[in-house]
Design a protein around this ligand. Structure first.
Ligand SMILES: Cc1cc2nc3c(=O)[nH]c(=O)nc-3n(C[C@H](O)[C@H](O)[C@H](O)COP(=O)(O)O)c2cc1C
Length: 295
């Protein structure tokens, strides 16, 4: 089978998941092609894949305010219409294992349907937050460890032709529509980003911005109106020199390493969504057949 995965990842969590899918599918002797949506949409001269020649199309993205990021919506809208129905699947990552996150794919699914795709499988992986607060290394390690274990099971399910949908959310469509204000709000807030005097002028932010929204004019950093609020610039800035407008207090700077920490750290957010994470980890464990240790 030929599988094509097109994904967007602001700060690397979704990329990690997509790469694991590619690894597993390759091991099972499937042909796999992976593309970043930002390259497909904005990179000049980038060679586009032949969508009609693939058997399955995968779309990967991080949940942004209970929706897909606007770049993903733009991308699926730009897909050539398929004459014969094709199977598709959606992979998403989010900082919380909340049921409300399930509404993030409603728009993507309905556009894909109009473009001739049948979304038969959808999977969600809890990965550390890149905004709001920093998950501890312990939590990040645990999240990735479970995702890595479960992905081969999800791939097997998908390849066996078994369907998998995320749970229905009552009033999901109007709620997703309301939260889509983030697409507009991101652009508004993005123009308010600032660089402070910790900046060493490495200009990495300029190079990595998915929409080329950061420019240098008269020696000064200028943030345009195409910000996706993906956090890539602020998260990966080695000097923590980018201020993210009104969400500055929620900034999470520095990449996660997903390695088991040597000692348990103080978790500032121990109580935050405690039950939801516990449930998510327990579900992962039961799928992986791990016996729960009595705590
Ligand atoms: C603007 C923005 C909005 C977000 N909204 C949600 C959300 O509604 N629910 C959630 O669980 N996580 C949310 N997150 C967290 C990300 O979905 C999560 O950290 C994801 O794994 C990041 O993936 P990436 O590294 O591929 O960008 C949000 C992150 C950003 C930057």
């Amino acid at each position: 089978m030929k599988v094509l995965i097109c994904y967007f990842s602001g700060t690397g969590n979704t990329r990690r998941v997509v790469n694991k899918y590619a690894e597993v599918l390759k091991q099972r002797n499937h042909e796999i092609e992976v593309h970043r949506i930002e390259d497909l949409l904005y990179k000049e001269g980038y060679e586009k894949p032949d969508y009609s020649s693939c058997d399955m199309l995968g779309i990967g993205y991080p949940v942004h305010a209970f929706n897909a990021p606007s770049i993903v919506i733009d991308f699926v809208r730009s897909l050539p219409k398929q004459t014969e129905k094709k199977r598709a699947f959606i992979l998403n990552t989010s900082g919380e294992p909340l049921k409300l996150n399930n509404i993030s794919s409603l728009k993507t699914r309905s556009i894909l349907k109009k473009r001739g795709y049948d979304v038969t499988n959808e999977y969600h992986y809890c990965m550390p937050y890149n905004i709001i607060f920093r998950h501890t290394d312990e939590m990040a390690y645990k999240m990735w460890n479970y995702a890595e274990g479960i992905i081969p099971l999800d791939c097997a399910q998908m390849l066996n032709g078994e369907k998998h949908k995320l749970g229905y959310v009552f009033m999901g469509r109007p709620m997703a529509w309301l939260f889509r204000i983030e697409h507009w709000g991101g652009r508004f807030n993005g123009k308010r980003y600032k660089v402070n005097d910790k900046c060493i002028n490495c200009q990495m932010c300029v190079k990595i911005c998915p929409t080329n929204n950061i420019k240098i004019e008269d020696g000064k950093f200028k943030f345009g109106k195409n910000c996706l609020m993906c956090m890539r610039c602020a998260h990966l800035c080695s000097q923590n020199a980018i201020k993210i407008g009104m969400f500055e207090k929620w900034k999470v700077n520095g990449p996660y390493h997903f390695q088991k920490p040597t000692k348990e750290e103080e978790n500032k957010h121990k109580r935050y969504c405690k039950k939801a994470y516990k449930r998510y980890f327990a579900e992962c464990e039961s799928r992986l057949g791990i016996l729960k240790e009595e705590k």
